[in-house]
Unconditional design. Structure first.
Length: 220
């Protein structure tokens, strides 16, 4: 029973977490510099080519164990000059924030990195749950344009993708104590079971030796 319970605990602690992936296609029009004047009719610069915004997070996680959330902005196809290329007139900054109330999130603040033509933008967060439950929130993604001519700044909210994660424990035990208890139970079961196994093996050997002597006496 000790070994069986230990194997269950170790199996629960080592079982791979199921991942959920959300993909959203971003067209150049969604990443276009907004017009300062509604009457402005000239084509406004935008990020050329289609982009894919991919959000990956665990659907389930273990209490007390860190899990990873990823947000990736990747280029779907080569640049298409449907709009003026914004990289020629602006520096572009990609920015992301993960909101999951009740979870410990690292980094906790907004994460930023320059966006270059043809290069992806990748964001990582480490999340940890202190207690079991369902946690809901959002993954925010922004683009900030810095004008090379006048230094003006424009910030756009591009996406707010929903995130839902369920944190689980094992009979009230977080991940690390469950693994430790499972390992301890496995060692204890092996220590307690070894003498029994030794006795069984010795009894079989004794039984075989007795049979040999019995056969020899019978033949004689």
């Amino acid at each position: 029973m000790s070994v069986l319970l230990a194997l269950i605990l170790l199996g629960w602690g080592a079982w791979p977490l199921t991942q959920k992936t959300l993909r959203r296609e971003l067209l150049p029009a969604a990443m276009q510099l907004p017009a300062a004047d509604e009457a402005y009719a000239a084509p406004r610069p935008a990020i050329p080519g289609g982009r894919i915004l991919t959000l990956q997070f665990p659907e389930n996680m273990r209490v007390g164990e860190a899990a990873v959330v990823r947000l990736i902005l990747s280029e779907e196809q080569p640049a298409v000059l449907q709009f003026p290329n914004i990289f020629q007139s602006h520096n572009v900054l990609a920015e992301a924030r993960l909101e999951l109330p009740g979870l410990k999130i690292l980094p906790a603040n907004n994460v930023r990195q320059p966006l270059r033509p043809g290069q992806p933008a990748i964001f990582y967060w480490s999340i940890t749950a202190a207690q079991a439950g369902r946690y809901e929130g959002k993954s925010w993604f922004y683009l900030t344009f810095f004008s090379l001519s006048d230094g003006s700044t424009t910030r756009l909210a591009i996406s707010a993708q929903p995130v839902e994660i369920r944190a689980r424990d094992f009979l009230g035990l977080p991940a690390a104590p469950a693994r430790a208890l499972g390992l301890l139970g496995l060692i204890l079961g092996a220590v307690l079971g070894f003498p029994i196994l030794f006795d069984v093996v010795m009894q079989k050997k004794t039984s075989k030796v007795s049979e040999v002597f019995f056969c020899e006496d019978f033949e004689s």
